[in-house]
Write a protein that binds this ligand. Sequence first.
Ligand code: 5AD
Ligand code: SF4
Length: 481
Amino acid sequence: MYNKIDLDRIDINLAPPLEEPDRQYYFIAKCRELIREFGQKNGRFPTACIQTFGCQMNSRDSEKLLGVLKEIGYQESDSEEADFVIYNTCTVRENANLKVYGRLGFLQTRKKKNPNMLIALCGCMMQEQQVVEKIQKSYRFVDIIFGTHNIYKLAELLYQRMQSGKMVVDLWKDTANIVEDLPNQRKYPFKSGVNIMFGCNNFCSYCIVPYVRGRERSRNPQDIVREITGLVADGVSEIMLLGQNVNSYGKNLDKPVSFAELLKEIEQIEGLKRIRFMTPHPKDFSNELIEVMKSSHKICKQVHLPVQSGSSRILKLMNRHYTKEQYLALVERIRTAMPEVSFTTDIIVGFPGETEEDFEETLDVVKKVRFDSAFTFIYSKRTGTLAAEMEDQVPEEIVGKRFDRLLHEIQKISAELTKEREGKIETALVEEINVQSQEFVTGRLSNNLLVHFKGDASLIGKLVSVKLKESKGFYYIGELV
Ligand code: 5AD
Ligand code: SF4
């Protein structure tokens, strides 16, 4: 856990240390000097805005970036008119890339008005060679480009940019390193993501993640427990353990540890109230994990279990290593152990070669499992993946129609499930004052749905019992009991 370092004790006139994280502390101190000079000259501290695209991994990475910037002396801003703008990018679907290019145009106009402005791009999209070449050629006003493996180097790269005045590009193909103990600035005081592993070895045929996030690396269990203990001491009640495939956690450690064993250790942390995790892969969801979930008082009885498709033929082409029947059997196994469990999922529509029959298999899984909710995606061709080379890409109009049918089915089932729970008393973690009405607070239930009920700010961060009085489709109006 990062314990606030005393930057004043670092001698910035010496050569930079070679070891991490000391090297980054040194560059944070160096940058801080330059930012102080800026402050004296301009009568204000510079502002920084981080825009995060994509998944919870990226959100957690952005908290780390912000932690470093705050130590340096930047003031956080949510406006892209800031002095330093960072885009933490995603490339899982093409749309995400297009969004970034579109917004870079806007940033260029901003930079013309504020020539001291700095722009950095990092994250998954930057791990793609053709993207970086395009930016270096057509977006010369970008100041810093870095990737997913070296986000911990922000201070060093920023210092390099401020000294050289030139575009800094630092990209690594892969890494075996995990740098611990860097600052981070949480978005919420009472809940936090916690990385347990990085990278992915699965190579699902549609997915770019293994190429941009590299091979699987697990953090040591002691480091994870130490971080969570520190978070709890700092007011965190709920954690979300993050990894691209949490079930393969610990396999590559010197002393292998299973994900279930890690969960058992985390359960012991006093003061921690709720544990969530994402994402488990259906192919290796162990009985040991089911048992640990069942006997836990802290692990939320909700499983995000991406199915991707209901057709065994398509699942094979996707390289998912399970069939429709095996997926349904797993759901059954989990449900038998924990009848109250709720499931959510990810589904891709329009994978190459998907026929009407294949799609109907997906609808069938949706009807059988009855997911609480689902993230549905239109298949997006990612250059470099196996699926991009496949023939029979499905025409857009057909995919669009299937997508609408799927969404309709999912929404219908979600509404029915929320209705069924009306009248029940459940535990909610209070997250904030309701945006629409100051007399209400918003809490999150174990199954991730929101409930709004009368209450005040003193409840924020607490777990309370709430009667779910009225279902509104995707959320509830409740009452404190
Ligand atoms: N096209 C559409 N959806 C994708 N996903 C990953 N790659 C693609 C792609 N090429 C979805 C999967 C995954 C989620 C995070 O994003 O459903 O589970
Ligand atoms: Fe992508 Fe599959 Fe790895 Fe998930 S498990 S990140 S979908 S390759």
